[in-house]
Design a protein around this ligand. Structure first.
Ligand SMILES: [Zn+2]
Length: 309
């Protein structure tokens, strides 16, 4: 195996690799720290914690396949105890996530199936949004939740929406979250079939426990594909970072309209907004609200530049 320029342990990172002799590629994602921070934002029930952790690793793996420098959004919409799970990942591999659930989710076992979480799977769905962030069209692919696991759902999405044969493995335990992806590249020739068949057969034999126990990415790949010539690319850092800001909250309040915002101000004495992703709290007092709608004119008068003193 051609190692990555820097040795790759299991820091929060995304590592891509290719088979040198065949049109087969893959990636390894580790999101332990990001997941810990994200899960700390809300009192998620145990079953949701596990699925959200899996979604974070799956989203990072999917980001490894993107050809553009845009944003990736993954939404799981259910009709049962879980109403909504959202994971977002930008081009710099900044992850954030949030969820909406009913009290019934608290009673589910931590290994609850997707069907137990989402309710009617035929009416629930996984939506994947690719936004190139360059003014180009936004793409959305949707699959029903008729699969037994998050990994199987993503494999199904990749096969149907992107026509790429894929294998995904997600392993979550004790604050460790790992994901492994293997793909037959689009346009692969018949000569690549044998490698793909052999590698994907081996992939299915990999246990989540062995992924969690591996010392690092190189050890994991070397153990499972000992006879293949793999090239491992430099790992990219994955982290939790929310894009919310006071400016963005101000924009939302302006869209809500002056009447609505001022009525909240009268009722509550201030306008408080909490980011559903990171739980950060933004507070607008009466002067802030005036400035929101009247602009700089409402702020203390500042002489225009060049005005006589
Ligand atoms: Zn935030």
């Amino acid at each position: 195996m051609t190692p990555a320029p820097h040795s790759t342990g299991f820091a929060d990172a995304l590592s891509r690799f290719v088979f040198e002799q065949a049109a087969v590629r893959g990636a390894v994602a580790s999101v332990d720290g990001a997941c810990r921070e994200i899960l700390a934002s809300h009192p998620y029930p145990p079953a949701l914690r596990r699925v959200l952790a899996e979604l974070l690793a799956a989203t990072a793996l999917l980001a490894s396949t993107l050809k553009f420098k845009g944003a990736l959004g993954v939404q799981l919409q259910g009709t049962g105890p879980v109403r909504l799970l959202v994971v977002e990942c930008d081009a710099e591999l900044n992850l954030r996530a949030t969820a909406q659930w009913k009290a019934a989710a608290d009673d589910l076992p931590s290994d609850a199936s997707l069907a137990m979480l989402a309710g009617d799977v035929a009416k629930s769905r996984l939506a994947i949004t690719l936004d190139p962030k360059d003014g180009g069209p936004i793409y959305q692919g949707v699959v029903a939740l008729e699969a037994s696991s998050i990994a199987a759902l993503f494999e199904h999405y990749l096969a149907t929406s992107e026509q790429i044969d894929s294998r995904m493995l997600l392993a979550v335990a004790d604050n460790r979250v790992r994901g492994l992806l293997l793909q037959r590249l689009p346009g692969a020739a018949a000569a690549d079939d044998a490698t793909w068949e052999r590698a994907s057969a081996q992939f299915i034999r990999i246990s989540p426990q062995s992924v969690l126990a591996a010392a690092g990415v190189e050890a994991l790949l070397g153990t499972n594909f000992p006879d293949d010539d793999l090239r491992l690319f430099a790992a990219r850092r994955v982290q939790f970072r929310c894009r919310c800001s006071a400016d963005k909250v101000a924009r939302v309040l302006r869209m809500l309209g002056r009447t609505e915002v001022e009525s909240i101000l009268v009722e509550q004495g201030l306008v408080g907004v909490t980011c559903e992703f990171c739980n950060r709290h933004y507070t607008f007092v009466a002067d802030d609200v005036r400035a929101l709608f009247d602009g700089p004119a409402a702020l203390p008068a500042v002489p225009p530049a060049g005005a006589a003193h």
